[in-house]
Design a protein around this ligand. Structure first.
Ligand code: SAM
Length: 352
């Protein structure tokens, strides 16, 4: 009897290990190709009603609902993977580095533009999430003053509490919408630097972008800098095949964004606001390496457990927002690999 039990146990462990190994080899070799995209789009459509995604208008309440449901649940997975509360892509440099700092690499581009801000100047962060970026920088530059604005109340209280527990007095977070900044935020200027990491993508219409750029022009010091670290629709988006465009549109919708501005549209609209482009860095390969890892998990789940994904997403409104995240994770790598999305940094200065 005992022998039979151990026999079954041994066979089960051996079978599971072999299956695990086969899955690992399959996942290791996976690449986000166009033929796989077509199959994944069909599988996605069978578990989540994608039509609704593409029809919705993602105004502020949708964005707030998405983050209020996911920041303290789904993004915890990211925090576990990166060891940081930053809510943005982990960059993976082509060559391995002797330290793990991919989740903060974005900030090097912000630090490079600090200029006089380090000697008592003012910095504004747009869309701070849990406050990781400004809190890190406030610690690094004790003489600079940091203010963050965000549309999610839970983010404001979390970040203010976190800043206080770190004993920082040069950083504060407040509720405001970057597309229609309040008089109170304007009165905090002029700023030496305005920056955002993966938050300006939410300025998804000409109206929102114009509202923000008008504010930036008014509230940046002459020669002050605007640093945008983000994903963008590629310049070739309109010429990409339909399903490649579709991958980007689904990625955007999952993040509750209608259409991310492209780099050329940023440049055009910024120049109208008399902001001049001074740097343009492409980080797509590094961001793609990160998003490919998430995509592999989503791809395998769609392949092996579509019923479980369908049941989970349908079980509550909060889970539906996780479903939205899942759609983005399942499609972003395709968009970046196949040409409808890029990732990188734009730096503008106030004036010519
Ligand atoms: C992907 S998270 C990035 C958070 C943070 N920048 C980071 O790197 O950890 C995007 C953030 O932008 C904020 N956001 C979205 N639309 C916004 C708007 N119109 N004005 C200000 N913040 C906004 C969201 O609430 C969210 O906190």
């Amino acid at each position: 009897m005992v022998l039979a039990f151990y026999g079954y146990l041994g066979i089960s462990i051996a079978t599971l290990s072999t299956l695990g190994l086969m899955l690992g080899v399959y996942a290791f070799r996976l690449k986000p190709t166009r033929s796989r995209l077509q199959r994944d789009l069909k599988r996605l459509a069978s578990v989540i009603p994608l039509g609704e995604f593409l029809q919705k208008d993602y105004a502020a309440p949708s964005v707030v609902q998405y983050y209020a449901s996911t920041t303290f649940r789904d993004y915890k997975l990211l925090a576990l993977a990166t060891g940081s509360i930053a809510m943005h892509s982990l960059l993976k440099p082509a060559r391995s580095m002797p330290y793990r700092c991919g989740h903060l690499k974005q900030l090097l581009y912000v630090v490079a533009q600090m200029g006089d801000a380090v000697h008592g100047g003012k910095v504004l962060e747009v869309g701070f999430g849990k406050g990781a970026n400004s809190i890190f920088l406030a610690d690094l530059f004790p003489n600079a003053n940091f203010l963050g604005i965000d549309v999610v109340e839970e983010h404001v209280s979390y970040a203010n509490d976190y800043g206080s527990t770190r004993g920082l007095t040069n950083v504060a977070f407040t509720l405001d919408d970057a597309s229609t900044p309040s008089a109170k935020t304007m009165a905090e200027g002029p700023f030496d630097l305005i920056f955002g990491v993966e938050s300006f993508c939410h300025l998804d219409s000409e109206e929102k972008l114009t509202g923000f750029l008008r504010f930036a022009r008014q509230c940046l010091k002459p020669n002050g800098r605007l640093v945008i670290v983000d994903g963008y629709r590629s310049a070739s988006f309109e010429n990409e095949p339909e399903e490649v465009q579709h991958a980007m549109m689904l990625a955007e919708s999952g993040f509750r964004i209608r259409a991310m501005p492209s780099k050329p549209s940023w440049q055009l609209m910024a120049s109208t606001a008399r902001l001049t482009l001074v740097d343009d860095v492409d980080l797509t390969p590094e961001a793609l390496a990160f998003w490919t890892q998430g995509w592999k998990v989503a791809h395998v789940l769609l392949l092996l457990l579509p019923w479980a994904v369908r049941a989970y997403v349908a079980s509550s409104l909060k889970h539906a927002e996780t479903g939205a995240n899942f759609v983005s994770v399942a499609t972003t790598a395709y968009a970046m690999a196949l040409g409808s999305a890029v990732y990188g940094v734009l730096v503008f200065k106030n004036g010519s």
